[in-house]
Design a protein around this ligand. Structure first.
Ligand SMILES: [Zn+2]
Ligand SMILES: [Zn+2]
Length: 243
């Protein structure tokens, strides 16, 4: 307990004693939790896009893309700060394997403006299976959710959702295979904690969306009024990026 308090005290002191460094390359920058001008140019911020799914719109779309109009997704609002590329990936990896609180803070800084307004909101990180949690010692998305919680003053509940089954990587699977793989993998711990709430799922990298979709299904069945998702990076096709 004392060691923990001491560690956080040392970390706090270091945060102030050391000059802020670029989240991308580590050079010294003026602003804390930011990027240097060179990295800034590389970061592909995702802006605009479909009001529902956040995917960049085609010229023929209005505010909502054709796919969301045809079949409204379970996640009412999906947003990601940046496109998944070498730079955003390096941040995600450092967060995942380094427990870098500074990285979580940087991500939260750019994710916070993407979180929708409203009452009864609850931040819920996409959970890891307990075996993975034990191996790694922490859930990277929970770190980001904690930082978002501090920034936005919205409660975060990292235990609201549990991953009750280990799932293999979904990469390379067909959409149907992915859905089957993650179906029933999650469980709500306490229905009363999420009943009637707008649950904002927090993830580090959004790839196919199947995992988040399975989380949303579980949350809605358990009584959540609405499910949204905010992620650090999102895998988008180069053709989908607006330049
Ligand atoms: Zn840099
Ligand atoms: Zn859409």
């Amino acid at each position: 307990m004392l060691a923990k308090a001491l560690r956080s005290c040392v970390r706090w002191a270091l945060d102030f004693a050391l000059p802020p460094r670029c989240a991308g390359c580590g050079t010294i920058v003026a602003d804390v939790h930011s990027f240097c001008p060179d990295c800034w140019k590389q970061v592909e911020f995702l802006m605009g896009g479909c009001e529902t799914c956040g995917i960049p719109l085609q010229a023929t779309d209005l505010n909502v893309c054709a796919a969301c109009l045809a079949r409204p997704p379970r996640i009412a609002r999906t947003r990601a700060a940046v496109a998944y590329d070498d730079l955003s990936r390096s941040l995600a990896i450092r967060l995942k394997y380094g427990r870098k609180v500074a990285v979580a803070k940087t991500m939260a800084r750019y994710m916070a403006p993407l979180v929708g307004e409203g009452d009864g909101r609850l931040l819920v990180p996409v959970p890891l299976h307990r075996t993975r949690l034990w191996a790694r010692g922490f859930n990277q998305s929970a770190l980001v959710a904690g930082e978002l919680s501090r920034r936005l003053d919205i409660p975060s509940d990292p235990l609201a959702l549990r991953r009750i089954r280990r799932t293999p990587p979904l990469k390379g699977m067909s959409p149907l295979q992915r859905r089957k793989t993650v179906a029933g993998a999650f469980r709500v711990r306490d229905k009363a904690a999420i009943a009637g709430k707008t649950v904002i799922l927090v993830d580090d990298v959004l790839a196919t969306g199947s995992t988040a979709e399975a989380c949303a299904r579980t949350l809605k069945r358990a009584g959540a009024a609405r499910v949204e998702l905010v992620s650090w990076a999102r895998v988008v096709k180069p053709s989908q990026l607006m330049r």
